[in-house]
Design a binder for this molecule. Structure first.
Ligand code: 4AD
Ligand code: MG
Length: 460
């Protein structure tokens, strides 16, 4: 007989049928002549209640099983008079694996910090099971959203020689022995002797490669791991995170700003529909009122302001910020938080940032001071999307690459996109973990990725 999942049982409710379920014990309560087992198999938020009579073979042994033990249970699915609509009348219970007293996930509440230390066991908890089922649905929603709009899914390289954001936050990839580096006469490393024949890194974005495909297939999106060695020990930064990057030929900034807002709203609606049990848990135990908040966000157009307007709002707010606000500085988390949490009380799209604080590939505005950049900020998180219209004019981007001191040889192919049939095009990147945080209400980015990588942490 094949195993059925708990999700399947709650979906189909095959009352009266013989079934086989397997899972982990959430609780086991023994009364005089029978016992109650609460089983979870991770397929759904819901637990399955099982009633096992004392006449069953092995009764004395399996009723000794502690929380976290794994069981295989044959039985009949019956209607239940209790809180759940169904339960199982067991006909055979087999122990798959027992658990000693020191199982770290006992029923009582455990802190998020402690659970991070047992990241291999935490998906067995209610909260983490819910987070990772929602994460799955967000990935499905992403593919559905872009596929339905005619985008092609593209896998861009993870190994690269380019610092595509120009921010110097690269992880080096090398096969050279650090104790026997090939050095030239002046003591510099001869990178020609390294594996790829030049300095190589893990990607900080797939954007530049996605541009090549947008400028041929029209609309593409990437969805892959991204690596940044920024030394930010915050609740919103990871050294390894996942990013979705749509890139659209013939589109201007307005078009992708709208696309970004629509994408976020689509993800929200998808999860509210597909994960009601998980959302109910977040609503009660993680962020009170999150369902109503998300329903409103999904139904309300996002506010739009320019960077210059944002700076004006911040200056007029009379709020004491730790970082001083003046035209030209990058917006800090506290500034973004003021805009989303206090001023607009919702998501806001900020456009046209000063060129000095943004990447070389962004299209210059006529004013000579700003570029066609946009960030989408959401309450509680800050920046969830960063994007721009790309500089499609060959002479201007050539000058910019020279100005930033980037190696022109590395960007030759990128300039070809402007040399041969250049077109206006735009795109953005959405930080997948930040989206999971926003939609679950989880407050630390370390708790929405299976195993987190942050400065000084690469366990598991
Ligand atoms: O704003 P960023 O740096 O933009 C880019 O990488 C562009 N190439 C995107 C594009 O236009 N195709 O990063 C995009 C998003 C941010 O808005 C943020 O949500 C997320 O990626 N992000 C991070 N998420 C977690 N940890 C980090 N260290 C992150 N850095 C960026
Ligand atoms: Mg950004």
């Amino acid at each position: 007989m094949r195993r059925t999942t708990v999700r399947n049982l709650f979906d189909k409710k095959p009352i009266g049928e013989d079934i086989l379920v397997k899972g982990w014990v959430k609780s086991l309560r023994k009364s005089k002549t029978f016992c109650f087992i609460v089983l979870n198999d991770g397929s759904a938020q819901k637990d399955l209640q099982i009633i096992a009579d004392e006449s069953l073979a092995g009764y004395e042994d399996f009723t000794k099983c502690l929380v976290g033990s794994s069981l295989s249970i044959h039985g009949k699915l019956v209607e239940s008079g209790g809180k759940q609509p169904i339960e199982v009348q067991a006909s055979a219970v087999e122990i798959l694996g027992t658990t000693p007293q020191d199982y770290p996930l006992q029923k009582k509440g455990t802190s998020m910090e402690f659970l991070r230390e047992i990241a291999h066991l935490r998906p067995r908890t209610n909260v983490f099971g819910a987070v990772f089922r929602v994460r799955h649905e967000l990935a499905q929603a992403t593919h559905k959203f872009f596929t339905d709009k005619g985008f092609y899914y593209l896998n861009t390289p993870i190994l690269t020689a380019m610092d595509a954001e120009g921010a110097g936050e690269l992880f080096r990839v090398s096969t050279l022995d650090p104790n026997k580096l090939p050095l030239d006469k002046s003591g510099k490393v001869i990178w020609e002797k390294d594996y790829f024949g030049k300095e190589s890194y893990l990607c900080v974005t797939g954007q530049l490669e996605a541009e090549a495909f947008a400028c041929s297939m029209g609309s593409v999106y990437t969805f892959g791991p991204t690596f940044r060695s920024e030394n930010s020990n915050t609740t919103r930064h990871l050294s390894e995170f996942w990013m979705i990057e749509p890139e659209v030929a013939f589109a201007d900034l307005e078009e992708v700003a709208e696309l970004g807002a629509e994408y976020i709203q689509f993800m929200i609606k998808h999860v509210l529909e597909k994960c009601p049990d998980e959302m109910a848990l977040f609503n009660s135990f993680v962020e009170k009122g999150i369902i109503a908040k998300l329903e409103k966000v999904a139904a309300t157009p996002f506010k739009r302001i320019t960077y210059t307007e944002a700076v004006d709002i911040l200056l007029k707010s009379n709020k004491k910020f730790e970082y001083k606000v003046e035209w030209g500085v990058d917006l800090q988390t506290e500034h973004e938080k003021f805009l989303t949490d206090e001023h607009f009380k919702g998501p806001v799209i900020v456009t046209d940032y000063p060129k000095e604080i943004k990447a070389f590939y962004m299209r210059q505005n006529e004013d000579g001071k700003t570029v066609r950049a946009m960030d989408i900020l959401v309450p509680g998180i800050g920046e969830i999307i960063g994007g721009s219209q790309r500089e499609e004019r060959l002479d201007i981007i050539e000058a910019k690459i020279a100005e930033e001191g980037l190696d022109p040889d590395l960007y030759k192919w990128y300039l070809d996109l402007r040399r041969y049939g250049t077109v206006p095009h735009s795109g953005f990147g959405l930080g997948f973990e930040r989206a999971v945080m926003y939609i679950t209400g989880m407050s630390n980015i370390r708790d929405v990725i299976p195993f987190h990588r942050t400065p000084n942490h690469i366990d598991f």
